[in-house]
Ligand binder design. Structure first.
Ligand SMILES: NC(=O)c1ccc[n+]([C@@H]2O[C@H](COP(=O)([O-])OP(=O)(O)OC[C@H]3O[C@@H](n4cnc5c(N)ncnc54)[C@H](O)[C@@H]3O)[C@@H](O)[C@H]2O)c1
Length: 439
């Protein structure tokens, strides 16, 4: 058990570094500023709004999470970004179309003050995109050095006590870990030789870990989830987490599937399709970027439903996921799910979900919580893969040999029990609570 006295103080400025300054990142920054000015509520954020029950129910101790555990406050946050497109925060948010002009115009000066630094970017990894705001370097190691320099300069100029980095960049093409990802030495040699299996997002992750900056990956591509960076993070005492923010259709899937399974209802098929028209949708129109996303979305049901343990219920499940780029909808995605379920005596039933969602509105509070929780992890001496943050991801990054937990409710319990543990409180298992409540 640990307690507050072992968690370093949350005082001082916390710099949030964002590779990728598009729809999600600007919606996050604008939302934090709106909350600071009292213009909007940070809805969807556990760190800002959620309570946590402590001890027995009869004790009636239910503080806010941020009252239980020392977290940086919104006023302490400062923002830095990189993007190949040079638009400042206001221009980028207007182009993204996620937030109304009236909200953005009220904060124009502030949003304009966040200007993206030149990015480490290459079209080979995100084919449907190009931009002039890009770093030059002889090798990928030179580019990593340039990022490290940016990180140090930002820390200094903004007077930050601590930093965290959250990848909000486009989804890169599908890559599997290769020889360059096995050890830190091999990875650094790969950087010097500009090995093509090293993508820009990996260079950011490497720069972050080497500078002692916690790193989370909001996209589904390979970035920090391979042995070289996992070991480096462990050795340097840096928390890492990923990957692919859990929003939209997959959020619904991880809410519905555990419920159907809890009732031992069978599922024959789950067809998910959606239309979206933002820049993310354009990037995902490239088959190699879509493959990365598809892998991330498909794994979810398999892990929740455990077809090997319940072959009669889930053994023949047909799971299909489609993403269609459709510009008129912009950031306002529409996702349809058709779920063919099976009940008593094998009788079929159907569930139809039509989710008119706003991707960036669902993703922004995740970025905030990850920033604050990664900083907490770092101040608490937690290092390497932060599995307790699985709650926020479609494809949770877990230690080698473990399977990821996808069930939103198990993830939620794990997150809260980790917070209780950090605060020196007993975990809540719901086991025998009634009995103990009357003792
Ligand atoms: N919005 C969601 O609900 C959601 C959910 C899960 C994952 N994601 C992922 O989050 C990421 C961001 O989504 P978005 O809607 O903001 O997309 P977006 O296209 O609006 O923004 C991505 C930005 O990243 C920039 N970029 C690309 N490569 C870069 C690099 N190497 N360095 C720095 N910047 C780079 C692009 O220029 C673009 O401005 C995407 O990968 C998306 O798949 C989003």
């Amino acid at each position: 058990m640990t307690d507050h006295s072992e968690i370093a103080s949350a005082e001082g400025r916390l710099g949030v570094l964002l590779p990728g300054f598009g729809a999600v990142a600007t919606t996050f920054v604008a939302g934090v500023e709106a909350a600071r000015r009292g213009l909007a509520q940070p809805i969807g954020s556990l760190t800002q709004m959620n309570t946590i029950r402590l001890g027995k129910r009869t004790e009636e101790r239910t503080p806010l999470i941020r009252e239980l555990i020392p977290l940086a406050e919104l006023d302490q946050l400062v923002f830095g970004a990189w993007d190949p497109i040079p638009d400042d925060g206001y221009e980028s948010a207007v182009a993204a179309g996620a937030l109304q002009r009236s909200h953005l115009d009220a904060m124009e000066d502030f949003l304009r003050s966040v200007k993206p630094m030149p990015a480490v970017f290459h079209k080979d990894y995100v084919r449907r995109l190009d931009g002039p705001n890009v770093k030059e370097g002889k090798s990928k190691m030179d580019l990593a050095e340039a990022l490290r320099e940016d990180i140090r300069r930002f820390r200094e100029e903004e007077g930050c006590r601590r930093l965290v980095m959250i990848w909000c960049g486009s989804t890169e093409i599908f890559l599997r870990p290769g020889p360059a990802h096995e050890t830190l030495e091999a990875f650094e040699e790969g950087l010097r030789k500009s090995d093509p299996s090293i993508s820009p997002s990996m260079i950011y992750a490497y720069a972050a870990v080497m500078e002692g900056v916690p790193y989370a990956n909001g996209a589904p591509n390979l970035s920090a989830d391979f042995p070289a960076l996992e070991e480096a993070a462990q050795e340097k005492g840096v928390p890492i987490a990923g990957k692919d923010f859990k929003t939209g259709q997959t959020l619904m899937k991880t809410i519905l599937a555990p419920g159907l399974k809890a009732r031992m209802l069978g599922i024959e098929g789950w067809f998910s399709t959606n239309i979206l028209g933002n820049r993310d949708g354009a990037v995902l129109d490239d088959p190699d970027s879509f493959k990365t996303k598809e892998e991330s979305k498909l794994g979810v049901l398999e892990h929740i439903l455990q077809p090997d343990m319940y072959p009669e219920l889930y053994g023949d499940l047909y799971h299909k996921v489609r993403i269609n780029y459709y510009p008129p909808r912009g950031d306002n995605k529409e996702g349809w799910d058709n779920i063919d379920i099976v009940g008593w005596m094998g009788y079929p039933m159907q569930i139809k979900v039509d989710f008119l969602c706003r991707d960036s509105i669902l993703a922004a509070p995740i970025v905030l919580d990850l920033a604050l929780f990664l900083d907490l992890a770092s101040r608490s001496g937690l290092k390497g893969i932060q599995e307790w943050l699985s709650f926020y991801f479609k494809s949770p990054h877990v230690a080698p040999g473990l399977y990821p937990e996808h069930d939103l409710f198990i993830q939620h319990k794990k997150l809260k029990n980790t917070l209780r543990w950090l605060a020196g409180e007993e975990p809540i298992t719901h086991l025998g609570v009634e009995y103990y409540d009357y003792q």
